[in-house]
Design a protein. Structure first.
Length: 743
């Protein structure tokens, strides 16, 4: 790291939300005077509000930007105290104090000299001695000085603990002038109050201010962090108490006895819940316990309530199905018929099955039966899944978030679902596809908006990967035995030479897929190492497959690369760089924008990697908020000067991203198998080159191949493929939803 004492020459760009700033600065010369205009350099980083003319010491490092050349990337900064009256006058006149310009700054310095700052801070009433300075104006100047000075002192204080300027800004916005006192008293408050502060950050701050390692604040925060980490990384709704103590003990470096006492204190404070299970105690975060309990109660209520529209006569129902078969020129087998009839008999029913087993046909048949009943709604967890549902049924399907009208609540600008128990959906039937992706909290939000008497039909493939979020609602419902379930097993969506659905079923049973058969659509391109596999994969995508599939134009819309891992030669990150370089290389006519190690170019395929409920979109005159984890699209426009870009997503929503929001985007030429859930692609390419057994599982392979409609090409080793097929590791998610429903 280098330090650079410089004068701020110009604020080129600043994002007030996160402090990202592009500055033009003039480094001081050896004699302390500012450099000339020709000596100006560019400095970038997340910084507090600075103004032109201020003297700042920047800490950071030099970097070479692909487009903007040499820059100084700032990691922290500190205001330099004026050392002369001229410097004091320049500092006060720089614009950071409202109401103080060059003329007033000169008056203040002429009157108070080097004590000017002390007067503003401790005796602002003395300002009224200046010509033309009334009490009201003096008060406003003093208030502005205190506000800005408090912010600056807090920023310097926070940076002293290694907190980045971006996070320091966030902390100051919440605590203001109390930032320092709050952190000195209990830095672990930051975890609850400030987005982006985790246990490790708070713990490092606590250590730097000398807080005891056995502090009750620290132990309590460690227990809460342990439960949250288990939910976010493994999907657990609770942890067995002994496992929780062991994990927390490793994190905190303290004995289980101390952790046990803290657990009891947190239980009394109602921050966690302990529940007796058959094998011992379970420890929940309070919100998880309440969510699980509420989901169980609402599902039971829907199951036990008689649907508002029911055709009692079996003959009438059978006749409706026969009419559907005649119109669609199809014939339902006994299991499909049972699924269609069950949807009309029960308040809650589940239809599950693998690819090509007729789940979409059942949805069409149900829609045909309820057409005369009244209103209905179709929903899916992701935009891609909703779009597929719309195309398959000819009826509009919405994402669950859009169905529940997610947005601001109109009072305190917090994001919330407009549809809930007070404002439920007015539909007779609700059909939800890709239910395996629905986590505990999304299920609760959905069920809150469903009135008793509404028919709920859940469709999904229970053998796919579990949701990204906590819980495993579909699998728990199936395990409970509390609902009518129809399992579709016969594969229909398969041409004479198609092996995708057949191989998916074999993989699910632990059998090796059949590959490279004549006229088939399931191939293994053999390569012995990851580097060779990556090279072959790029060549397949860019040259061989477009020719084989007769793709004219952009192959990225027809071919999707999936990877089981993020790291390595065949991981998501490395493959995205290789594919971008081949499919959308640097060119004079393509504008580009760098964020960290990623360069975005016009025409790039991109993916949203986390839920952003505030991000605004527009679509054919309609406006809304919310872009969600896994949404994919292409960069249509890029503004290098404003450091912004526009993405058109697959459902035609157009979203503008400012510089600060680019951290939510990644290149989408290659995505993880987990991120692909709920999506379908004409062609899927995936490396199979070995790796950690905990990642390379049978249900991950099954999920990957079932994303393809037309062609699957695996690249790698047969031994690695066989290892995945044999690895029937389904990591158990701690949840008591199944037991609650069964009881």
């Amino acid at each position: 790291m280098e330090t650079l004492k410089a004068r701020v020459d110009e604020i080129v760009f600043r994002n007030p939300d996160n402090g990202f700033t592009v500055l033009s600065i003039r480094p001081d010369r050896l004699d302390g005077s500012p450099g000339s205009a020709r000596e100006r350099i560019s400095a970038v980083g997340s910084l507090p509000a600075l103004t032109a003319g201020e003297s700042i010491t920047f800490t950071g490092e030099w970097q070479e930007h692909a487009q903007y050349g040499k820059q100084f990337r700032v990691t922290s900064c500190e205001w330099n105290k004026p050392e002369t009256t001229d410097a004091m006058e320049r500092t006060l006149a720089s614009g950071w104090i409202k109401g103080v310009g060059p003329r007033t700054a000169k008056q203040i310095v002429d009157a108070f000299g080097m004590d000017a700052m002390e007067v503003l801070r401790f005796a602002p009433e003395k300002l009224t001695r200046l010509p033309g300075m009334g009490k009201k104006r003096a008060r406003l100047i003093a208030e502005s000085f205190h506000e800005q000075n408090d912010m600056r002192e807090a920023m310097v204080f926070l940076q002293g603990f290694g907190i980045a300027p971006k996070l320091s800004m966030r902390i100051f916005k919440i605590y203001g002038e109390k930032s320092a006192s709050v952190i000195r008293q209990n830095p672990y408050r930051l975890i609850e109050d400030v987005q982006g502060v985790g246990f490790k950050t708070a713990d490092a701050i606590a250590a730097s201010i000398g807080l005891a390692s056995e502090s009750s604040f620290r132990i309590g925060a460690g227990v809460i962090h342990t439960l949250r980490a288990a939910a976010s990384s493994e999907g657990h709704c609770y942890l067995p108490i002994e496992e929780m103590k062991e994990r927390a003990g490793e994190l905190l470096g303290v004995g289980e006895e101390l952790i046990g006492r803290t657990v009891e204190e947190l239980t009394i404070e109602k921050r966690i819940v302990q529940k007796e299970l058959e094998g011992g105690k379970a420890v929940y975060l309070q919100g998880f316990f309440e969510a699980e309990e509420e989901v169980a109660q609402r599902l039971e209520g829907l199951r036990d309530a008689k649907p508002r529209f029911v055709i009692e006569d079996d003959k009438v129902r059978e006749h409706q199905i026969e009419m559907f078969e005649s119109r669609m020129n199809t014939s339902l087998d006994s299991t499909q018929r049972e699924a269609a009839l069950s949807a009309m008999r029960f308040g809650v029913c589940i239809v599950t099955g693998g690819p090509g087993t007729g789940k979409t046909t059942i949805i069409r048949c149900i829609l045909d039966q309820i057409a005369k009943e009244g209103s209905f709604a179709l929903a899916a967890p992701t935009g891609r899944a909703a779009k597929r549902m719309t195309e398959a049924t000819g009826r509009e399907a919405k994402t669950i978030h859009r169905l529940l009208e997610y947005g601001g609540d109109g009072e305190n600008e917090k994001m919330a679902f407009a549809r809930d128990e007070k404002n439920p959906l007015d539909v007779a039937t609700l059909i939800v596809d890709e239910t395996s992706m629905v986590d505990l909290f999304l299920a609760r939000a959905l069920l809150r908006a469903v009135k008793p008497g509404t028919r709920l039909v859940l469709v999904g493939d229970a053998d796919q990967l579990p949701p990204v979020g906590p819980g495993n609602v579909l699998r728990d419902m199936l395990e409970s035995g509390a609902f009518k379930v129809t399992r579709l097993e016969h594969v229909y969506r398969q041409s004479k030479y198609s092996m995708i659905a057949e191989n998916a079923r074999d993989i699910n049973k632990g059998k090796m897929p059949r590959v490279n058969e004549r006229l088939s659509d399931f191939f293994l391109e053999r390569q012995e190492n990851a580097a060779a596999a990556a090279e072959t994969l790029v060549d397949l995508h860019a040259r061989r497959l477009p020719k084989f599939l007769s793709i004219d134009g952009d192959s990225t819309r027809s071919i999707q690369v999936l990877s089981p891992m993020k790291k390595g030669d065949c991981g998501v990150w490395a493959l995205n760089k290789l594919l971008q370089e081949k499919l959308n290389p640097k060119a004079d006519e393509r504008k580009e924008l760098a964020r960290g190690d990623t360069v975005f170019r016009e025409g790039d395929k991109v993916m949203q990697i986390r839920n952003n409920y505030q991000l605004e979109w527009e679509k054919e005159g309609e406006e809304g908020q919310g872009v969600f984890n896994g949404d994919m699209g292409f960069i249509e426009e890029l503004d290098e000067e404003e450091r912004s870009l526009k993405v058109r997503f697959d459902d035609e929503r157009i979203v503008e991203y400012e510089a600060a929001q680019l951290e939510d985007l990644e290149l989408g030429y290659c995505i993880s198998v987990h991120k692909s859930q709920g999506s379908e692609f004409p062609t899927v390419l995936m490396p199979v080159v070995g790796g950690p057994p905990m990642l390379l599982t049978r249900n991950l392979l099954y999920t990957a191949v079932t994303r393809a409609k037309r062609l699957v090409v695996l690249i790698g080793k047969e031994s690695a493929l066989e290892a995945m097929v044999k690895n029937y590791r389904i990591e158990r998610r701690y949840s008591t939803l199944a037991q609650r429903l069964a009881n």
